[in-house]
Structures are given as structure tokens and as C-alpha cells.
Design a protein around this ligand. Structure first.
Ligand code: NAX
Ligand code: K
Length: 517
């Protein structure tokens, strides 16, 4: 699913009205009606007090349309105009007039903290104060209103975006943002729903389709995409019945040090489970028995050193090499990596201490093959690209780094984001159970295994991150967040593949049966 920018959203709205021959007020009517339908379906006429807070722009206009429909359907509604400016939008004004035709209970004008109403915990708040048009800090009294919402503990439904969030930057004050229980967002989710600093402002969100022009939706290129099943299905390569293991490549996993051989075992097992044909683990001598005993499918090459990687040297011809998991940053390992990079032309996936070594020795970066995949967690990322001031700065720095070195970066987190050039691929799978030892090693193995099967590095990364999260989502049903461990993600990997082809459960239609009985 595409994430449109602010400019694209306005452009899409404008094009839609032109191409569908409708007025912008009609589009607002659709938007407000969609919100009404969503609420009506769930509330079924329940007489819960609903407080609809409207700003003076088009987000406020949506709120007024909703309030009108709620009143007409017999709900108990109080409408407020949060009068933070006198520059009311045209469609707001049209709907301000329209609501006066359906109620004598006119919208209450709010201009300061003295106008705040009582809101009980069991009431419902609709937040239609600011939408995507917010472009400067919110006035203090309006921030106080948002805090008033929060202290009421009432269910808060935000329209389009929690008010106080910008579309393209991190807000100045955390306390001046609506804490939405649920956000109904038009056309596409907003990037801020996925970033660590701002995702917290909506517990859940859903996209409402307001029927924007289909051609606009299809042809507009965005620089951020959410990766779900329908984005990865076209990437999937089906297997030829006559294929043999030689078709799926040979992964070499280089890493491990005394006490950290498990990381290589996990990455190697994950590579094989993702479908590569052969896997060889390259480890210090101390890990030989552990690796052979716990993972008989792997071949093993050992370094001459007992405890560290000191010379990356092999006679095989792997299709892709993963470097770094559990490897440590011993000075001999650093020089082994440098020598290896000087002669290597095989595609690479670099993780963990491999990234730490690159961060400390940035001259190595120019030795990387094109489209090397780097999978840092936040601390490793910071070592690599430097400190950032906020999430948007982080993404800009990551893009610049990716472009400068032609690398694919996976920013791991609750919504892992793959960055390549100017593009952001935001993963939709995964859960807090993945915050566990070794889950990153498994991801490295999966991406490596996919590259070895012939997926290009970017597709392998985006697909690998998706499958890794999906596997955890399926496994968590059996293990719960606390007990999920990295090995389970490997064990459930087959289920993640099979899930790609599962049809959604059909919605049962009992109408016929009801008629007969
Ligand atoms: N354009 C369209 O055709 C549609 C727009 N829709 C709604 O319109 C919203 C965008 O509407 P607007 O562009 O009117 O903007 P908003 O309603 O988000 O904001 C209102 C206006 O307030 C001003 N403003 C921004 N920051 C301020 C601040 N801190 N203090 C005081 N004033 C401030 C701006 O001039 C802005 O236009 C969307 O989020 C969506 O809810 C929907 O009705 C669907 C159709
Ligand atoms: K809002």
C-alpha cells in the first residue's frame, strides 16, 4: 500500500473532484459519511454521549458532516468548534450552515480553556480538530484541550490523523497531541503511524477508502510503501518441479566467536529453512562440534584460530555471503574482514559486529559490492550513520547513507523499514515477541537464503523482513510474546510461506438459511 505525501494527498483530492465532476464538498460528504458508517455499525444507535470537536479547516468540516449524520440517526451529539483561527475553510462553512438545518443545538464555539466541556470516561470524543493541514505549533489552549481529552479517559476517535501530528515532521511538544484510541485515516495510512516517536499517538488505525481517482491511485509513485501480503506475492518465485539443490544457491555464513557460536547456527539454519540449496558455516575452531551436532544439514569450515575469525579464506564458490553475526570486534577479526572485502565480489549481507566494524572503519564501506544489505538495530544504525535529531532526520540520514554507499539498510524495530535510495519499504508483520535474543541472526539468514535463490538483494530484503515477521506472528499464537524465541521463527517459517497462499476466510452469508428456517 502506498503512503502518499501531503502534497500528493491534496493533489489526489483535487484531481478526483475534477475527474469525477464533483465539488470538494461532495468529497467531504463522502469522508464524513464513511466515518459515520463506521461508528453506526459499531454503536447501533447506543445513546452514548458523543463529543465532536471540529477545527475550522477541512478536517473540522469532516467532523461537521459526521455530527450531522449522527444527529439525523438519533445519536446524542454535542458539536464544538475549536476556534483556533478565523480563516475558516469554504467547505467547513458550507457544513457549518448545513448542521444548523438539522439541530437547534448549534455547535459550541470554544476559544479558551474556560470553554472546555465536562467529558465523562464513558463518553466518546471525536477529534476533527487538525488533519493533514497542520503546519505550525498548536496554540497552548488547544494543546490543553488535547490534554483534557486524555485525562477524561474517554474513547477518542481521530479523523484522518491524531490532531497535533504533522505529516512530515516530528511535533515540537509531545503533550500537545491527541492520544487517539483509534484513527480512521483517509485513502492511506500516514508515515507517522509507523515511526517510533509518533506511532504511540494512535493505538489502532484503519484506512477508509473515499473513492479517490483510480488512475491517480495506481500511477502516482510514492517514496514510501507498506509491505503486506499483496506487495510480496509478486516477488515470490515458485519452484520448478524439476529443480534440484544446485538451483537454489550456496550460502556461506561467516561469524561466531567463543560463546557466540549460536548466532551462526541460527543464521545458517534460517538460510536453509528459507530455501537455499546448501549452507556452509565459517566459524572459529571452538564452534565446530556444537555446529555439526546441532545442525547436521550444514557444512562447516573452521578458521585457524580457536576463538575468533582471523582469516576469511575458503575454496568454495558461494552465491552469497553473510558476515558478522556473533563475530566480535577483535583486531584480528577486523583485519580479516578488511582483507576479505578487498578481494570479495560475492553479494553480501552484513549484520551485528560486521556493522560495528564498518561503523568504526568507514573506509571499508567503499569495498562493499553494490547493493550489500546491512541490517542494523537502532544502536548499530547510530554507530553507522551518526546521531539523529528525530525519526524524520534518521530516515533522511539513512537515505543519504544508502545512496552514498549503494547499500540496502534495514532499520530494525517495531515496523522494520528497508531503506534503499529514496525509497522506504515499511514492513507490516512482526510483533513484540521478536524482541528476543537471536531474532536478528535469523533475519540475516533469511535474507541471505533468499538472495542465494536468485531474488535480487532488495526483493530478498523486503520479502525476508516480511516473512520473518509473519513467521513470528504465526508462532506467537502458540508461544505468546514472552516465550517466543528465535528458533521458533525458523520452525514456523514454512507456515509463513504457506500463509502467502491462504485465502481470507469467506464471510458467511446466512441469509438463505434464515429465509428457509
Ligand atoms: N481536500 C479535500 O478534498 C478533502 C480533505 N479532507 C480533510 O481535510 C483535511 C485537511 O484539511 P485542511 O487542509 O483544511 O487542514 P486542517 O483541517 O488539517 O487544518 C486547518 C487549517 O488550519 C491552519 N493551521 C495549520 N496549523 C495551524 C495551527 N497550528 N494553528 C492554527 N491554524 C493552523 C492551516 O491553514 C490549515 O489549513 C484532511 O486531513 C481531511 O480530514 C477530507 O474531507 C477529504 C477531502
Ligand atoms: K484529526
Amino acid at each position: 500500500m502506498k503512503i502518499f505525501s501531503k502534497e500528493q494527498i491534496y493533489e489526489g483530492d483535487k484531481l478526483t473532484t475534477e475527474r469525477q465532476g464533483i465539488h470538494s464538498t461532495d468529497l467531504m460528504e463522502r469522508a464524513g459519511e464513511q466515518i459515520f458508517n463506521w461508528m453506526h455499525l459499531r454503536m447501533q444507535g447506543a445513546q452514548v454521549p458523543i463529543h465532536v470537536f471540529c477545527g475550522i479547516g477541512n478536517n473540522g468540516g469532516d467532523g461537521l458532516v459526521l455530527a450531522r449524520h449522527l444527529i439525523l440517526a438519533g445519536y446524542s451529539v454535542k458539536t464544538y468548534v475549536v476556534n483556533y483561527s478565523h480563516k475558516r475553510s469554504k467547505d467547513f462553512l458550507i457544513n457549518y450552515d448545513r448542521i444548523k438545518n438539522v439541530t437547534k443545538d448549534w455547535p459550541i464555539l470554544m476559544e479558551s480553556e474556560e470553554d472546555f466541556p465536562m467529558i465523562a470516561q464513558d463518553d466518546i470524543i471525536v477529534d476533527a480538530v487538525f488533519g493533514v493541514g497542520l503546519n505550525r505549533p498548536v496554540a497552548n489552549w488547544v494543546q490543553a484541550l488535547f490534554r483534557h481529552f486524555k485525562t477524561s479517559n474517554a474513547f477518542t476517535l481521530s479523523i484522518d490523523i491524531p490532531s497535533g501530528l504533522y505529516l512530515d515532521k516530528t511535533p515540537e511538544h509531545e503533550s500537545g497531541i491527541v492520544n487517539a484510541s483509534y484513527t480512521l485515516s483517509f485513502t492511506c495510512p500516514k508515515l507517522v503511524f509507523f515511526l517510533p516517536e509518533t506511532a504511540q499517538f494512535t493505538k489502532q488505525w484503519e484506512v477508509l477508502d473515499i473513492g479517490l481517482d483510480a488512475e491517480f491511485m495506481q500511477t502516482t509513485q510514492t517514496d514510501a510503501v507498506i509491505i503486506g501480503k499483496y506487495e510480496v506475492l509478486p516477488i515470490y518465485k515458485p519452484r520448478d518441479p524439476f529443480s534440484h539443490k544446485g538451483h537454489f544457491g550456496h550460502c556461506l555464513v561467516v561469524g561466531g566467536s567463543y560463546g557466540k557460536i549460536g548466532a551462526v547456527i541460527l543464521a545458517s539454519r534460517a538460510a536453509l529453512s528459507s530455501g537455499c540449496g546448501l549452507v556452509t558455516s565459517y566459524i572459529p575452531k571452538c564452534g565446530y562440534t556444537a555446529l555439526q551436532a546441532s545442525f547436521p544439514e550444514a557444512m562447516v569450515i573452521t578458521d585457524n584460530d580457536e576463538n575468533h575469525i582471523t582469516d576469511i579464506h575458503f575454496e568454495i564458490a558461494p552465491s552469497v555471503i553473510a558476515v558478522g553475526v556473533g563475530m566480535g570486534t577483535d583486531y584480528k577479526t577486523i583485519s580479516a574482514l578488511e582483507n576479505f572485502l578487498k578481494h570479495n565480489n560475492t553479494p553480501l549481507v552484513i549484520d551485528a559486529d560486521g556493522i560495528n566494524i564498518l561503523a568504526k572503519n568507514q573506509s571499508f564501506l567503499k569495498l562493499l559490492p553494490k547493493q550489500t544489505v546491512l541490517t542494523p538495530h537502532p544502536k548499530e544504525l547510530e554507530r553507522l550513520i551518526g546521531k539523529w535529531s528525530d525519526d524524520f532526520d534518521k530516515l533522511e540520514k539513512a537515505k543519504a547513507f544508502s545512496k552514498k554507499h549503494d547499500v540496502i539498510l534495514v532499520i530494525k524495530g517495531a515496523h522494520s523499514i528497508t531503506v534503499y535510495g529514496n525509497m522506504l519499504y515499511i514492513n507490516s508483520t512482526g510483533n513484540p515477541g521478536l524482541a528476543t535474543a537471536g531474532s536478528g541472526d535469523v533475519l540475516t539468514g533469511i535474507i541471505t537464503g533468499l538472495i542465494s535463490q536468485g531474488y535480487d538483494a532488495l526483493s530478498a530484503t523486503v520479502f525476508g523482513v516480511y516473512l520473518h515477521g509473519k513467521s513470528a506472528d504465526i508462532a506467537v499464537e502458540d508461544y505468546g510474546y514472552q516465550s517466543l524465541i528465535a528458533s521458533h521463527v525458523i520452525e514456523y517459517f514454512g507456515a509463513a510461506y504457506l500463509d502467502l497462499f491462504k485465502q481470507p476466510e469467506p464471510v458467511e452469508d446466512n441469509t438463505e438459511n434464515k429465509k428457509e428456517s
